[in-house]
Design a binder for this molecule. Structure first.
Ligand code: WQD
Length: 336
């Protein structure tokens, strides 16, 4: 069965490609390479033994995108494509709304035109409004605090309405928590542009000397050690969740939401100390002011994914630190 991966050359998409091959699917990658590199394709072939079917297309370019639907009998789509930097979205909100919403509307219109009724969407825990009650469950209030989060929130609404209007549709909205790590081969991983916004890639660049020191954004939160607590999730576990969701939507109609997290929260200093121990490398850090917009805690109740997708995270924080460092050491400049 052919599964179309929009943004499939990216961090999550490339790991999902490997998982889908393992499960016997034929993934087709459509990516404009805005946030990824064509070099990932040769890496994917090395890992999976399969040369990826790849189209360098912007999903907003409906004419070019339609040609892919014409050429292949697509059974389902996983929609990864979208801009995803919280800070950047505050500076260029119109580009985020135009790109993330337009690409989704183009995709939905083409799915309708070609009778494709199965979709997995890459959503985010960022759509949860500033809840202080943890762990987060899928029925908790949603909202956002930045344009990136609002695009995810709006796309969830678009897809729920799309499903309500067409009972033949099957949609899974996967709310990712904090994806980190890399495939055990070290051939694919996270390649942030410029200075990393996210914690784990920042740590790995301190570890290899590219960056001097980690700034810990605040240690006065109401958490065990005062630093921010997050639900870090191995990217290979996240990839497996997409394969499980593909199976689920082939058997269930309607629109369902799933938290994809481990259900465990770790602080910034937990991650630093685990990284140092697992990889025998020192991570110098300094406590600085809080980052605007950050919350104290964010971690999942993943029981719905366990019960309905028959998925749960297998890797722990140690493997996440081990695999993130392995990738960084083998790819000091990433793959961009
Ligand atoms: C984690 C913790 C920081 C960097 C973001 C997006 C979210 C999702 C995942 C897409 C926090 C602290 C970080 C640093 C630090 N992306 N930190 N120093 O903010 O939880 O989530 O990425 O869906 O939408 O918001 O992840 O890795 O940026 O931060 O102290 O240099 O590490 O304060 O407590 P975050 P993060």
């Amino acid at each position: 069965m052919k599964v179309l991966l929009t943004g499939g050359a990216g961090f999550i998409g490339s790991h999902t490609f490997v998982e889908l091959i393992k499960d016997g699917y034929t993934p087709i990658i459509v990516d404009n390479l805005y946030n990824s590199s064509e070099r990932v394709l040769e890496r994917l072939e090395k890992i999976s033994g399969v040369k990826p079917i790849f189209y360098k297309i912007d999903v907003c370019d409906k004419k070019a995108f339609r040609a892919v639907f014409k050429e292949h009998d697509i059974s389902s789509v996983i929609h990864f494509a979208g801009y995803k930097a919280v800070g950047e979205s505050v500076n260029i909100p119109l580009a985020y709304y135009r790109n993330n919403i337009d690409s989704t509307l183009s995709l939905c219109e083409l799915m309708k035109e070609f009778g494709v009724v199965q979709l997995v969407f890459s959503s985010s825990a960022t759509v949860y409004a500033n809840n202080t009650q943890m762990p987060l469950t899928e029925d908790m209030p949603t909202g956002a605090t930045n344009p990136y989060g609002w695009t995810k929130y709006m796309i969830e609404q678009i897809l729920q309405d799309f499903c309500a209007a067409d009972p033949e549709l099957s949609v899974a909205l996967l709310r990712y928590f904090n994806p980190v790590g890399a495939h055990e081969s070290g051939l694919i991983g996270e390649s942030p542009r410029g200075i990393p916004n996210n914690l784990m890639p920042y740590i790995t660049q301190v570890a290899n000397g590219k960056l001097e020191r980690l700034s810990v954004f605040g240690n006065d939160y109401p958490t065990p050690d005062g630093t921010g607590v997050r639900d870090y999730l191995h990217v290979c576990d996240l990839a497996a969740a997409h394969a499980a969701a593909c199976k689920y939507i082939s058997q269930h109609k309607g629109c369902e939401i799933f938290n994809i997290g481990t259900g465990k929260g770790y602080s910034v200093l937990d991650l630093v100390k685990t990284f140092e121990t697992v990889n025998q490398v020192k991570i110098p850090y300094a406590i600085v002011d809080r980052r605007p917009g950050d919350i104290a805690e964010c971690y999942a109740d993943p029981s719905r994914a366990k019960n309905q997708l028959h998925w749960e995270a297998k890797f722990g924080i140690q493997e996440m630190c081990r695999d993130a460092w392995n990738w960084q050491q083998k790819n000091p400049e990433g793959l961009l």
